[in-house]
Ligand binder design. Sequence first.
Ligand SMILES: [Zn+2]
Length: 373
Amino acid sequence: MRNAEDVDFMTAAGDAKSGRTIGQNPRTILVADDRLFDEHRPRGYHPERPERLGAARRALFRAETAGIPTHRIETRDAALEQLYEAHDRGYVDALVAISGREARVDADTYVGVHSIEAARRAAGSASALVEHIIDSPEAPLGLALLRPPGHHATRDTGMGFCLFNNAAVAAYSALKKGLSRVAIIDWDVHHGNGTQDIFWNDGRVLYLSLHQFPFYPGTGAAEEVGEGEGKGATVNVPLSAGAGDAVYTSAFHEVVEPVLHDFAPELIIVSAGFDAHERDPLASMRVTAEGYACMARSISRAAASSAKSRIAVLLEGGYDLGALEDSLFETLSAFTTSPGTAAREPAFDEVTPAQRREISDARRIAHRAYRSV
Ligand SMILES: [Zn+2]
């Protein structure tokens, strides 16, 4: 954390790369980061690589340089009992048993010698961050720079570069702290099948995902709405390849904002992947860094109305280092300025009739499922 003189000086300087100066009294960001996350290392090239954290840290440094105050929290390992809440005991025990050894969970998902330690610390740090957010009313915005990511990890298996589901472990911590409604907004370009699976029957946790569809991992159709107590608390907004800022912003207006208004979460966790960016090598969306800022402003407004502005941003995917850095910087700038701050929004004429229909279908299906419970 910088001292006060540095902040004043840096505010005057602003962000050299974007030319951005953050407005008056930006919110403090609680930050969870740990060098152990760099030790989750692939053998040979893999897109989910330690350099991604370097890019994320550069974004955070730029935010600090532009005058956003930060405060580092102590990271910690997830206790086995916490992991057992989100995952089957057999799966957790099998991963813990291979700690210190190299392995593969599936063709995409590697385990290096420090990966299990890193995954356990990532889940524990997400949980610590959420607890800090709930306990500290002055600084209810947090960022966790986590590796490995988590949203593809289901109850009983890791996949898609993910070992433990960081967002799910964090949501359970929030419930344990006494909250009764937690929303997870997942804007990673891939559907977070793992998070959906874990909370499929649980009405306390809203899982809402916008993602390229059809695409890896194959799940995330609008008709997947949860079951039992959880019916209506899973909301999927599948979008065809090529969607950009206007489509995402429109989906936020049409689906995310009304759903968050109805659900009234007491905490919003953002599964923040930046692989819907137009430069990302793994996917085919056209979101820009400014598009992420629009989504962040929308979430900020929702959090201010029902969640005492509590927001936990957890890093998921994002594989172009420059896109990751710029998008995270713009996201942090948007989250730390007042939700009412006017900002440029993309022109809506970029949404085609077919894209508009995808969004309205998702809205209608989500509305029907929510009303039926
Ligand atoms: Zn992804």
